[in-house]
Design a protein around this ligand. Structure first.
Ligand code: FES
Ligand SMILES: [Fe+2]
Length: 410
């Protein structure tokens, strides 16, 4: 498939403002699904979500349905959820344990590693050149893991995961070290999902937004203020922190006194993962004005029941569907999307702290907690990737139906 010429993103993204069509134009949305999600590296899941042979979870890479599965030898695979006969999905359950995947249409059956195990009434293929070994489920061409974090690219060629993560890799390590408390992270305990009528980048920007809590989360802040006062401290201490642009769209928000105790660094791994508190937050664009978010809390293997209970309750208290934090953010996303339709004056301002952004060898560009360094960082990369492509040839004219070699890990 040929790409259309890119929109003039230069005209739509300025250093201190972006144009609202970037959140509302369906053609721009299609372009970003193609370039960012179907050609770049995206986060898919955590290896601990499928701990045992046969465990699987349904995932998506951009618009494409994918099965993350552990085979009988313990190897992890990412398989496109599409029957090689006439295209039906072969797995419908969002999670579970299976011995094989059997297509419900004509009964083709696939092994856990994707190999085609059998087809009903095979004699009709005699003399057609059909060979079972050529019709396994297609593997996602590039899959790499970093400390259990599984990333994938639907493009067989392009920059490595290491290059994609850049400075973000160190921060990812820091986050893992903090929330795993010296143990192993376990992301298999559960998850919750929500969707909202708004663009996916609203959740991206919000995950690293240090400016909004005093307003959107006023009730939480009031409670925090009371606790701080009891401890002889004051609310101003909560403003102590930084936002940073690590490059590559990976950005952080660091609080000296975090509202949530676990995880003092919020890290956004461009384009679809936010690490907030103890959670992996996976952001999935559905339409230009529709987004699904999956919140996966982590626990620590071997931690006491009491510590795990406390950890999960604290997480749910703010981020849960009945929590006192996240539902307010979601309400605001829908208000933004609605407001953006009034586009006589179409610009969105991202200028906070621009004059005082400073360069840091480890953290890239750094500013205050309530500055918009992190949002500007997201847009810097967005423009770069969308204008120049991501150094990857358009591959979808060719078949990628080759047998992959499983997941590389380091
Ligand atoms: S579409 Fe899957 S067996 Fe026919
Ligand atoms: Fe918030």
């Amino acid at each position: 498939m040929k790409r259309k010429a890119a929109a003039n993103y230069d005209a739509l993204i300025k250093p201190d403002r972006v144009h609202s069509s970037l959140y509302t134009d369906p053609e721009i949305f299609a372009d970003e699904i193609d370039r960012l999600f179907h050609h770049g590296w995206v986060f898919v899941g955590h290896a601990s979500e499928v701990p045992k042979p046969g465990d699987f979870r349904l995932k998506r890479i951009g618009k494409q349905p994918v099965i993350m599965v552990r085979d009988s030898a313990g190897e992890l695979h990412l398989l496109l959820n599409r029957c090689r006969h006439r295209g039906a999905t072969v797995c419908q359950e969002s999670r579970g344990n299976a011995r094989s995947f059997r297509c419900a249409y004509h009964g083709w059956t696939y092994k856990l590693d994707g190999a085609l195990a059998g087809v009903p009434y095979p004699e009709a293929y005699d003399g057609t050149g059909f060979r079972r070994e050529n019709f396994g489920l297609v593997k996602v061409p590039r899959v790499e893991a970093h400390r259990g974090f599984i990333f994938a690219s639907l493009s067989p060629a392009g920059i490595t995961l290491d290059e994609h993560l850049g400075r973000g890799r160190k921060m990812l390590d820091r986050w893992i070290d903090q929330v795993s408390e010296g143990g192993e992270l376990d992301a298999s305990v559960g998850l919750h999902k929500y969707d909202y009528r708004g663009n996916w980048k609203l959740q991206l920007e919000n995950s690293v937004d240090g400016y909004h809590p005093p307003t959107v989360h006023a009730s939480v802040m009031a409670a925090a203020e009371r606790e701080l006062a009891a401890a002889g401290s004051k609310l101003d201490d909560l403003a102590d922190g930084t936002t940073s642009d690590l490059g590559g769209g990976h950005v952080t928000l660091t609080q000296a006194v975090p509202v949530s105790q676990a995880g003092k660094v919020i890290l956004l791994v461009f384009p679809n993962l936010a690490l907030v508190g103890i959670q992996m937050r996976v952001i999935e664009p559905v339409a230009v004005d529709r987004t699904e978010v999956t919140i996966i809390p982590t626990i620590v293997t071997g931690a006491s029941e009491e510590a795990t209970r406390r950890r999960l309750r604290e997480h749910e208290g703010f981020f849960g569907s009945a929590g006192n934090g996240s539902p307010d953010d979601i309400e605001v996303f829908e208000r933004v999307q609605m407001g953006l339709t009034a586009d006589a004056e179409p610009w969105i301002l991202l200028a906070r702290g621009k004059h005082r952004e400073r360069a840091d060898p480890a953290m890239g560009a750094v500013g205050g907690l309530r500055d918009e360094v992190s949002q500007r960082g997201i847009w810097r990369q967005w423009k770069k990737a969308m204008s120049a492509g991501i150094g990857i040839a358009d591959v979808r004219t060719e078949s990628v139906a080759r047998v992959g070699t499983g997941i590389r890990s380091r």
